[in-house]
Design a protein around this ligand. Structure first.
Ligand code: ATP
Length: 330
């Protein structure tokens, strides 16, 4: 039986991971879930929100499904998500944003892949208090990491029959750091003569995305722009409740939704499990369980087609009712 790490998270994490495990089980796929808790809830007992046992579990199983984990603000802990990505060298964050059949949105024909660099930029955590009135954060960009993520984006485009890769920067202002990212893109792009290349500034991209999103195909961005733009793209396809993601490195892969732990709806049986379910579906494809992936995807689409939604999408189903509806459709 395949063993996969399940980080069940906090906030709405445990509710939506339980839903997803139930759905995969109902589809008939037996997975030996190696359940690992992390985040605010384990700090008191283990002294850290990301104990080494969680990392060891992913190193051992190679693949993980991760529900959102909260990092307590202002207690001296670095973000669990950032730490996990760094420790396992999950340098590529992939966020596919595609219209979901029967989920109503402003635009049709949105099919964008956001490829976000995951290890550096302003997320490198290099911050300094200069004096009590001045703080400084360093934006770290290296040629190695930039070329690696741009190559990943082009390879993704090749494997998935995508036509264009567009690099997103603010290189007109940050001429050195974003300039290096752009230069890396241009260098790597020469290896891919059959893919269309495009360059855009991040502010212009945002305006174009909310006016005419279907013009975009694969986007590749440094860490911070990637974070912001992928939430914008999530809004285009129905919001955070349906936005999936994956963190991929050369050795390990961690699949997780774009959304956070949504403490405002914790324990209310209101959370939409779709984003985690879609992340799990991608995970199943990644481990070669395509038949089960498509079976679950079909059941999810059928549920939407019968007009069944959780509250965030304008419906009135609880997490449990929506989960059971998907299971009935399998
Ligand atoms: P983080 O900083 O961890 O991203 P956040 O509070 O900025 O956390 P989220 O936790 O993603 O962002 O929540 C943003 C809003 O979206 C909240 O109102 C939350 O209730 C809603 N939301 C997020 N995920 C879901 C979901 N799966 N189902 C329903 N509503 C959700």
């Amino acid at each position: 039986m395949t063993q996969i790490t399940l980080i069940n998270g906090d906030g709405i994490g445990p509710e939506i991971s339980q839903a997803v495990v139930k759905i995969i089980d109902a589809a008939g796929l037996k997975i030996d879930w190696d359940i690992q808790s992390a985040g605010a809830d384990v700090i008191e007992k283990e002294g850290t929100p990301l104990p080494e046992r969680v990392l060891d579990s992913v190193r051992n199983n190679k693949v993980a499904l991760k529900a959102p984990v909260t990092t307590p603000i202002g207690k001296g802990f670095r973000s669990v998500n950032v730490q996990l990505r760094k420790a396992l060298n999950l340098y590529a964050n992939i966020r596919p944003c595609k219209n979901i059949p029967n989920v109503k949105t402003k635009f049709d024909n949105v099919d964008i892949i956001v490829v976000r660099e995951n290890t550096e930029d302003l997320y490198a955590g290099i911050e300094k208090q200069i004096d009590s009135d001045t703080a400084e954060s360093i934006k770290l960009i290296t040629r190695n990491a930039s070329e690696r993520i741009c190559r990943f984006a082009f390879e993704y485009a090749l494997k998935n029959n995508r036509k264009e890769v567009c690099v997103v920067t603010k290189a007109n202002i940050m001429k050195l750091s974003d300039g290096l990212f752009l230069e890396s893109f241009r260098n790597v792009s020469k290896e891919y003569p059959n893919i269309i290349k495009r360059e855009i500034l991040v502010d212009n991209l945002c305006m174009q995305l909310v006016q005419n999103p279907s013009q975009f195909d694969v986007l590749v961005l440094p860490n911070l722009y990637g974070d912001i733009v992928s939430d914008l793209c999530a809004g285009l396809i129905g919001g955070l409740g349906v936005a999936q993601g994956a963190n991929i490195g050369d050795e390990y892969a961690v699949f997780e939704p774009v959304h956070g732990s949504a403490p405002d709806i914790k324990g209310l049986n209101k959370a939409n499990p779709t984003a985690l379910l879609l992340s799990a579906i991608e995970m199943l494809k990644y481990i070669g369980e395509d038949d089960f992936a498509y079976k679950i995807e079909k059941a999810l689409y059928k549920t939407f087609a019968s007009g069944l939604y959780t509250c965030d999408l304008g419906g009135n189903l609880s997490t449990t009712e929506f989960t059971n509806a998907i299971i009935n459709n399998i």
